[in-house]
Design a protein around this ligand. Structure first.
Ligand SMILES: [Zn+2]
Length: 316
């Protein structure tokens, strides 16, 4: 491990074990996209620290999921189902194990930051997580790693307030629903309007005690990164400032990039780099620099690799 004096230490986590989650032929959330991403991560300079993962525990999954949902995933995989019975999520006989590895990988990144080994980490895992609700897997997602990590930060590390910024092209309905009435977790999403999962209207702002700690920014299909950055300045930045988080998590999907086969926005690599720099500035201001970003979508393999590289380079 190399640390440059005066500079924040950046970590990355990736592992070929995540390729074992086999979604079948012609599925956009493929091992192929992940291999392209790994190849890009291997090009990174030596002063980026590789954080190694671990297997997550069922009890950790249950920090954000109902026990019966954890058991349902296990049983569906054990019975050789090709998709979760709760929704459009392809699985194979290794998917339960791989999903636990992915949760553990994210928690290990959180631990590495809290132990002070690194300041910020990009954690590249699959299957993704932000559509998974407390009791339902959907949208290619099995366990909601970011939601689990937020609860883990609070329960294992005594962190009070966690902000989750979600810039995947899709609304993270799972994460929103898990924290809808929780004032200790801010969920702020920028996403394309009118696409899957058809949630995340601007009027959804939280419920009960959590009123005001959910923010949804809907962007018109075909719009570019300039509009997203403008909305960020107008709506997202003041919301985070008002919240004053102690730890920053990012649901980092790259399917808003120009050319993505699933998303309809036209963000550039520089859009992701600028959003990253803004997150870094927020983390520096309120969180002692502490920030963990987690891969969600991004379905053009070359585009995903390029945008994720721009993201990690901007973390430093
Ligand atoms: Zn997405």
């Amino acid at each position: 491990m190399k640390a440059v004096k005066g500079k924040r230490r950046v970590g990355v986590h990736y592992d070929s074990c995540y390729e074992r989650h086999d979604t079948g032929d012609f599925h956009p959330e493929s091992a192929e996209r992940y291999r392209a991403l790994i190849a890009a991560m291997e090009e990174l300079a030596d002063d980026v620290v590789r954080v190694m993962g671990r297997t997550g525990l069922p009890a950790e999954v249950m920090l954000a999921h109902a026990p019966h949902y954890h058991d349902l995933v296990y049983l569906d995989v054990e019975s050789f189902a090709d998709k979760l019975r709760t929704g459009d999520t392809a699985i194979c006989e290794e998917s339960y194990e791989v999903a636990l590895e992915a949760t553990g990988g994210v928690l290990e990144c959180v631990d590495a930051v809290m132990r002070g080994e690194v300041d910020r980490v990009f954690c590249a895992v699959r299957p993704p997580g932000h559509h998974a609700t407390a009791d339902r897997g959907m949208g290619f997602c099995v366990f909601n790693h970011v939601a689990i990590a937020a609860r883990y930060l609070q329960q294992e590390h005594g962190v009070g307030k966690v902000a989750i910024i979600d810039w995947d092209v899709h609304h993270g309905n799972g994460t929103e629903s898990i924290f809808l009435d929780d004032p200790s977790v801010l969920y702020a999403s920028l996403h394309e309007k009118g696409i899957y999962p058809h949630t995340g209207a601007a009027g959804e702002t939280g419920r009960g005690k959590g009123k005001g700690t959910t923010l949804n920014i809907e962007l018109p299909g075909g719009s570019d990164g300039a509009l997203a950055l403008e909305q960020w300045s107008e709506l997202l930045a003041p919301k985070v400032e008002e919240f004053e988080p102690e730890f920053l998590m990012v649901s980092a999907g790259f399917d808003a990039r120009r050319g993505d086969p699933v998303g309809g926005l036209k963000w550039e690599d520089e859009t992701f780099a600028e959003m990253t720099r803004r997150c870094v500035a927020m983390a520096e201001r309120w969180c002692g620099g502490r920030m963990v970003s987690v891969l969600e979508g991004g379905y053009d393999p070359a585009g995903l690799a390029s945008a994720a590289l721009a993201h990690v380079e901007a973390l430093g």
